[in-house]
Design a binder for this molecule. Sequence first.
Ligand code: PLP
Length: 361
Amino acid sequence: MSAYLPEFPWDTLADAKKRAAAHPDGIVDLSVGTPVDPVAPLIQEALTSAAAAPGYPATAGTPLLRQSAVAALARRYGITGLADSAVLPVIGSKEFIAWLPTLLGLGAADVVVVPELAYPTYDVGVRLAGAQVLRADSLTQVGPQAPALLYLNSPSNPTGRVLGVDHLRKVVGWARQRGVVVASDECYLGLAWDAQPLSVLHPAVCDGDHTGLLAVHSLSKTSSLAGYRAGFVAGDGALVAELLAVRKHAGMMVPTPVQAAMVAALDDDDHEKQQRERYAQRRAALLPALRSTGFVVDYSEAGLYFWATRGEGCHDTVRWLAERGILVAPGAFYGPGGGQHVRVALTATDERIAAAVARLR
Ligand SMILES: Cc1ncc(COP(=O)(O)O)c(C=O)c1O
């Protein structure tokens, strides 16, 4: 099966990593985008106090978790009209994305549209299902065919691009006419800087009708919970019920202590604001440093990454930065259009970001 999948991209960065690690002041790793800040104490306490959990968890999640997710989506992102039963916890959103085409029963005859520059797991999920992938950012590129599934990702990984309300409305209207399921990966929705991203479930986008829409959310970045594997999907109640029915059989359950931790994280906005502020400060430090050394930063209006170019091949830029002890991801990881960019993550400690700034200056 692994032969049908691309090479695991991070394995190809080993040489650059070695070079960056040789810097006398150590590596600044801005490649993978894994959170480094402490898990908020109230979340850790919720996890440990739910540790006595001998029985199986419900695949659907506890009623409390579903309520907390609905309330957090309303409070934080203005999503209204969502029933508790239209929410389903997942074992991190990567798991969900990798298996969504399979869980929807897609196969060789089905086309799945993913953004031209995209998180690689969309493509992986399509391959696992044996379906066909089409990279397209505009509906004209899709043509008259009706794909089975279309991914949106705003704010985007890797570009930090935010899609405007008109763009989102157009996609939703188009998908409705053709019966296409829209999966909107919204794991960076809470990390907005220069533009205001909207959920696909926001009434300004979908007019309050969630039919055919799935919003995929993650607590990994906004609450620094990547190690807990905590996400959820929300949207079309009938689709969520179908996914639940299959996931029950497949044992795709979120552990009970993690569900309790998710409730604590979703009920508390303070730690989330604090995390956003940390990233805002790192962004404010790193952006001028990149520009001062000749980088052009495109998009990057929201999310956790700078999409940056020196107008040369991305592997040359990766090497140039590695010689300064800074490791970043080559844009080519994310699609053929990324060959002249690198993705620079904000996920390093303040001390490591300061080291990167000093090296760039
Ligand atoms: C666009 C996007 N979607 C999903 C994920 C997966 O997040 P998780 O599995 O931690 O929820 C990531 C992680 O980097 C991502 O960038």
